[in-house]
Design a protein around this ligand. Structure first.
Ligand SMILES: *Cc1c(COP(=O)(O)O)cnc(C)c1O
Length: 370
C-alpha cells in the first residue's frame, strides 16, 4: 500500500454541506456558507475580519495590496519559503528583499532583518514555516521603529499561537491557504484576516473587480479572487472540526518524533517553547555523513517502498525566476542548508499510527538500523 505525502481528510459533513449547495443552486460566490466560514474563521483567529478568496496566493496578493504596498516599495521576506511568498510581492510590483532564516525552525531570523531596512522598506512578511510560529518580539520593535507593516503568511499554520495569540492576528494583515494538503482545506481556497477595517474593506473591494457604486463604473483595477460557496461549504465543515484535525497532526508528529529521535543523522521537527506550534507537514533534516546516505537517496529508497515524501523549499533568492529578475542570487547559509537536507514525511491527518510507524521502520531499515 502506497502512503501519499498528504491527502485531504474529507468526512460526511463536508459531503452534506456540498450537497446542500447543489440542491439549493448556491454554487457561485455568494451564499450562506461563505458568510458562515468567514465569521467562524475570524473567531478562530481572534480577529475582527476574515475575508475569503480563491486561494492562498491570491490571499497574499490581496494582503500585500491592502497593506498599502505600492510599486517600487520593498518588502522583507524569508529566503526560505514557497515561491508564492515572493510572487505575491512581485504581483504588486514591489521588490522582495530576502532575509536568511533560523537554522532550526526555517523561520525568518529576526536578528538579520534590521540591516536590510532601507527608506523604501514598507513591510516585513513573516512565514510560520511548517506550522512553527515566528518569534515576533523583535519584529514588533523593528516595525515600530521604522514604521513598517507586518504581513503574515500563515498558510501552513492554522491554529498555531505566538505566546497566547493565534497566528493570523499577529500583524496588520495575514493570509491563509486551504489548498488540498493544508491543515484545513477546501480543495483550493484562501482567507485574509485583519483587525483593521480599512484593510478589510480594501480586500473586499479588490477581490471582486473593485466594484463600487454606480455599478460597472470602476476607478481602480481589481481582481476576480472570489471563493465559491462550494469551497466555503467544505471549508466550514473542516473548520467545525479544526481541533480534531489539528490534534491528529499533533499526535502524528509525536509518533514520528518518538520513533525517529534516536536515529543518528536525523533532526526531528523542532518544538516551540514560546507559543504553540501545529504540524502542517512533519519535517526532518538528514545529515548525510551521520545518516550514511544523502537526503535524495533516502527519498528514492522510500519511494521504492511506496512512501511518498517531498524536499524542503528552494531558497527564494536563488530561484531562477528571481535570479533573472534581480541579476544574481544571495547564497544564504541557512536556507541553502535546509534546501539540501530537509524533507517532509507523509502527514495526512487521517494517517494511521501503524502507517506512521511503518514509515519510521522503513527509514531505519534503509539505514540498516533495525
Ligand atoms: C501553500 C502556501 C501558499 C500558497 O497557497 P495556495 O493556496 O497554494 O495558493 C503560500 N504560502 C505558503 C507558506 C504556503 O505553504
Amino acid at each position: 500500500m502506497n502512503i501519499p505525502v498528504c491527502e485531504p481528510t474529507i468526512g460526511e459533513r463536508e459531503r452534506s454541506y456540498v450537497e446542500e449547495c447543489m440542491r439549493t443552486g448556491w454554487i457561485s460566490s455568494s451564499g450562506k456558507f461563505i458568510e458562515r466560514f468567514e465569521r467562524k474563521f475570524a473567531e478562530f483567529c481572534g480577529t475582527q475580519y476574515a475575508i475569503s478568496c480563491s486561494n492562498g496566493t491570491t490571499a497574499l496578493h490581496l494582503a500585500v495590496l491592502a497593506a498599502g504596498i505600492e510599486p517600487g516599495d520593498q518588502v522583507i521576506c524569508p529566503d526560505f519559503s514557497i515561491i508564492a511568498t515572493s510572487n505575491a510581492i512581485l504581483y504588486a510590483n514591489a521588490t522582495p528583499i530576502f532575509c536568511d532564516v533560523e537554522p532550526v525552525t526555517g523561520n525568518i531570523d529576526p536578528d538579520k532583518i534590521e540591516h536590510l531596512i532601507t527608506p523604501r522598506t514598507k513591510a516585513i512578511m513573516v512565514v510560520h514555516m511548517y506550522g512553527c510560529p515566528v518569534k515576533m518580539e523583535k519584529i514588533y520593535s523593528l516595525a515600530e521603529k521604522y514604521n513598517l507593516k507586518i504581513i503574515e503568511d500563515a498558510a501552513e499554520a492554522h491554529g498555531a499561537k505566538y505566546r497566547d495569540r493565534p497566528v493570523g492576528s499577529l500583524g496588520h494583515v495575514a493570509a491563509f491557504s486551504f489548498y488540498a494538503n493544508k491543515i484545513i482545506s477546501c480543495g483550493e481556497g484562501g482567507m485574509v484576516t485583519t483587525n483593521d477595517k480599512e484593510i478589510a474593506d480594501k480586500v473586499k473591494l479588490l477581490r471582486n473587480h473593485a466594484f463600487k457604486e454606480p455599478r460597472f463604473v470602476h476607478d481602480e483595477i481589481g481582481y476576480n479572487y472570489r471563493m465559491t460557496n462550494i469551497q466555503a461549504a467544505i471549508g466550514l465543515a473542516q473548520l467545525e472540526r479544526a481541533e480534531e484535525l489539528i490534534m491528529k497532526r499533533k499526535i502524528l508528529a509525536e509518533i514520528y518524533g518518538a520513533h525517529l529521535c534516536t536515529t543518528p543523522g536525523i533532526t526531528i521537527q523542532p518544538r516551540c517553547n514560546y507559543g504553540e506550534r501545529v504540524c502542517w507537514m512533519y519535517d526532518i533534516r538528514i545529515d548525510e555523513k551521520q545518516f550514511g546516505m544523502s537526503r535524495d537517496d533516502l527519498m528514492l529508497n522510500l519511494q521504492n517502498n511506496g512512501i511518498e515524501t517531498r524536499t524542503f523549499f528552494h531558497p527564494l533568492s536563488c530561484q531562477l525566476a528571481n535570479v533573472k529578475k534581480f541579476n544574481g542570487c544571495t547564497f544564504y547559509a541557512n536556507s541553502q542548508k535546509l534546501w539540501k537536507e530537509g524533507m517532509y514525511l507523509p502527514s495526512s491527518s487521517h494517517l494511521k499510527s501503524e502507517d506512521i510507524i511503518r514509515v519510521c521502520d522503513t527509514i531505519k531499515s534503509i539505514r540498516g538500523n533495525l
